[in-house]
Design a protein around this ligand. Sequence first.
Ligand SMILES: CNCC(=O)c1nnc(C(C)(C)C)o1
Length: 318
Amino acid sequence: MADKNDLFPEIEPYDTGMLKVSDLHSIYYEESGNKNGNPVVFIHGGPGGGTSPRDRRFFDPEAYRIILFDQRGAGQSLPAYELRENTTWDLVADIEKLREHLKIDKWVVFGGSWGSTLGLAYSETHPDKVKAIILRGIFTCRRRELLWFYQDGCSLIYPDKFEAYRDHIPEVERGDLISAYYRRLTGDDEEARLSAAQAWSTWEMTTSRMFVDEELVKKAEKDTWCLQFARIECHYFVNGIFMKTESQLLDDADKLSNIPVTIIQGRYDVVCPVETAWLLHKKLPKADFHIVQDAGHSTKEEGIQSQLIAATEKYKKL
Ligand SMILES: CNCC(=O)c1nnc(C(C)(C)C)o1
């Protein structure tokens, strides 16, 4: 086992593929670790953030059959940043298609930020397919959560960084920044789309760690990545992530009451503040709940990384 707070060594997939999930979309997936191990599905953030090789390293490769996939329009999935036929419930159905394609009966679900959102939506829809759930940086996309980060709240903690995000939008449109960005991210002007995507993504990448991580910020300058991240995030948010009510994921959390759950949350997570993790914990009192006192949002925070690995070690023999 790796030291408590060290990632497992770098590994390469033993299998990769593209799974056709609709007339329009094919999703990239990969398997690494132990072919006969305990299956775990890694659900990436954003939405639109895609997976990275580092994501394989939260899991003991001798114990786990590690499955990563890029959600519709994200990462290596095609077509890139496509918004048609792209809803939370399409992604939930895709996870089931992938499970069946890989001939897996039940698996551990692991997700952070939007990955916690989609992990909750999937597990609440298919609780019988879930062995255990590991969630980090809890995000249920209630209006209050979206307004905090994209309109007025986090701006009080990062007024210096918020300025560039806000000032990308003309003053007359600043009353609803998410909608203003959405108009630009889905408009016909390619330059306007890209510059809006860079401004949106830079705001999020700059605030994801307690100390600014220049590697994350550089990600926001990558054309395809920032278009995937910003367009898909904004598309989901303007549509209330396609929920019936804004508190649906918290309201339905009791469907998970018989599943082992670990909740890991940074005290100084300014992207997805602690309140939502606290509300989820109140709905799932049997869940292991860890507030990491010296961490922000990112899995790159040492305390978050350490708790995530402790959780995967805890569930590896299920
Ligand atoms: C509101 N979105 C937060 C989120 O899901 C997220 N933040 N960073 C990421 C990446 C690690 C995928 C860049 O995802």
